[in-house]
Design a protein around this ligand. Structure first.
Ligand SMILES: *Cc1c(COP(=O)(O)O)cnc(C)c1O
Length: 361
């Protein structure tokens, strides 16, 4: 028996399960399990990445100034209060490391993103799961769950895997009524899919207790590159910049993300296609007897009558080369999360679900 042991809590973490990408024996597979952009990154982003090959011997910028300024211009935020990370996962990890340790509580919602719990436990803090109201964040339940030990409240808005979101008024009411010692983290991984939504940036500007996280992994199609950012009040930014490694992002990642965020035409095209195809897919599944909540993100949460029916449909989709995401681990065993793919993929999914539901009835 080894006497070398990790910090308490770490071995209790259940390993994060990524979306599957292969089905044994099936070709022409479409991966709809990780909410990736089916169209990939913009041409400008790919060109920036190619050019970065010539500078791979150079250390990257340590202050990320060019990327922060581009983010500031495009998203209307103060670049001095932007912190870039290796995906927004790294910003989430920094927040837990900085603000939550043994004896502290970190609130996440019933169907909230898995990384909140994982990051809390990695730092010895106690994750606290709060009920949602019919798959929607419940502000009153969160407020009621706060104790003197609560340090962080994480909500994704829109949420993954439900696709639902709460309005600006509700988010502001949550921020306003939290105890003074609690920091609210608004995870805006899907904010770009909601036209006209600032992800909570305005609330960050007007308060001392709100941080927003964003990512290049979803709308910008750069999940493989690992770039995200946080936006917070100065006192939080000063903390995060002390934890961040000076070379946490490669120069290739920095220049590619900068080109991606500046290509607003591509972002708009991807958002519009998603909105159109999402509505089409939800409608098609509903016609086959599979409802979903109105989604504001790039996936829908298909709801089945039972866990057995969801698993049966998942198996059928797999046999047709369609990989979606079972979400039993998110307390939703009767649901499947399906990324909105391109038009051909959406048609294949609708057809296969129709086949399954028709045969099952
Ligand atoms: C995908 C996702 C992220 C993004 O993580 P990255 O580390 O930036 O790739 C963050 N939060 C939620 C809710 C997500 O679904």
């Amino acid at each position: 028996m080894t006497k070398i042991t990790p910090q308490p809590g770490i071995m209790d973490i259940e390993l994060y399960q990524g979306g599957a990408s292969h089905v044994a024996g099936v070709s022409n597979v479409v991966k709809l399990s990780s909410n990736e952009n089916p169209f990939g990154p913009s041409e400008a982003a790919k060109e920036a990445f190619r050019k970065a090959a010539y500078d791979l011997h150079r250390y990257p910028s340590t202050d990320h100034r060019a990327l922060r300024e581009a983010i500031g211009e495009v998203h209307g935020v103060d670049p001095a209060r932007v912190v870039c990370g290796v995906g927004s996962d790294e910003i989430i990890a920094f927040l837990c490391q900085a603000y939550a340790g043994p004896g502290d509580e970190v609130i996440h919602t019933e169907h909230g993103f898995a990384m909140y719990k994982i990051s809390a436990m990695a730092n010895g803090a106690t994750p606290v799961e709060v009920p949602e109201r019919e798959r929607v964040t419940d502000v009153d339940a969160i407020l009621a769950a706060c104790t003197e030990n609560t340090k962080l409240v994480f909500i994704a808005n829109p949420n993954n895997p439900t696709g639902t979101m709460i309005g600006d008024g509700e988010v502001a009411r949550l921020a306003e009524n939290l105890p003074d010692h609690v920091l609210l983290v608004l995870d805006g991984a899907y904010a770009e899919y909601v036209e006209g939504y600032d992800g909570g940036a305005g609330l960050v500007d007007s308060r001392e207790n709100v941080v927003m996280t964003r990512t290049f992994s979803k709308l910008y199609g750069l999940g493989g590159l690992r770039v995200g950012w946080g936006y917070g009040p100065q006192h939080v930014v000063d903390v995060l910049n002390r934890m961040r490694g000076p070379f946490n992002l490669s120069q290739a990642a920095l220049v590619t993300a900068e080109a991606a965020v500046r290509d607003e035409a591509w972002a708009t095209k991807c958002r519009e296609d998603n909105t159109r195809l999402r509505a089409w897919l939800a409608e098609a599944l509903a016609e086959h007897g599979v409802p979903s909540d109105t989604s504001t993100a790039n996936f829908i949460l298909a709801r089945f009558a039972s866990r057995a029916e969801a698993e049966g449909c998942d198996a059928h989709l797999k046999s047709e080369g369609l990989i979606v995401r079972p979400v039993a681990g998110y307390n939703l065993p009767h649901c499947l999360r399906i990324t909105v793919g391109d038009e051909a993929s959406c048609r294949r999914v609708a057809h296969a679900v129709g086949q399954f539901m028709g045969n099952g009835a």
